[in-house]
Design a protein. Structure first.
Length: 195
């Protein structure tokens, strides 16, 4: 399957889901602004509705369409994005409650992977969550994704093995790392030197 086919499916079928590669693990993409599509992601993952899902955009300029980052958050994003980092920032009203579990903040991701970026250039924002059942390990290969998830999605973009380290989730304003992953030490150093 091609990126163009995946983009067409995501545009044409409002609750469509696609498995796609990132520079961390395989992700599950759906239209992040369509509640029915986001609900489908929760269903496929078996994820609790009180656990927010992040969204992915193709570049830093697109962030402002969905979030209101502070100057410090902008400086952080300029340093670490694109890359294996999810930045929690104030969301705009266009972002549905179902994505953020009703919170006023949303995780923003810009993956540093050519296939993911090509998909996001064609259709964005997309959900940015790993393509595994909730509680199961993230998948570096398509074959490692639960068959129930693989069989239920509309399309799979297989790009071989991914590096495998999940993104670090950081709240720059609070100076808090919610999940340690790739670049965690560099992020801690940045947070401590730019207060």
């Amino acid at each position: 399957m091609t990126v163009d086919q995946a983009a067409r499916v995501l545009r044409d079928r409002k609750a469509a889901c696609v498995i796609y590669p990132t520079e961390t693990v395989y992700g599950l993409a759906a239209d992040a602004l369509t509640p029915a599509a986001v609900e489908q992601v929760f269903e496929l993952k078996g994820r609790s509705r009180d656990r927010p899902i992040s969204l992915a955009v193709p570049n830093l300029d697109a962030v402002d369409d969905y979030a209101r980052p502070s100057e410090r958050e902008r400086a952080f994003m300029a340093e670490f994005l694109p890359g294996p980092v999810t930045v929690v920032v104030e969301r705009r009203a266009v972002v549905p409650d179902v994505l953020t579990a009703g919170n006023d903040r949303v995780g923003i991701r810009i993956p540093d992977h050519p296939t993911a970026l090509a998909l996001l250039d064609r259709v964005a924002p997309l959900t940015a969550t790993s393509a595994n059942r909730s509680g199961a390990g993230s998948a570096r290969r398509i074959e490692a994704i639960d068959a129930d998830v693989r069989d239920a999605v509309d399309l799979v973009l297989d790009d071989g093995a991914t590096p495998g380290t999940e993104s670090t989730v950081v709240d720059v304003t609070a100076g808090t790392i919610h999940r340690r992953g790739a670049l965690a030490e560099e992020i801690e150093a940045w947070l401590s030197t730019t207060e």
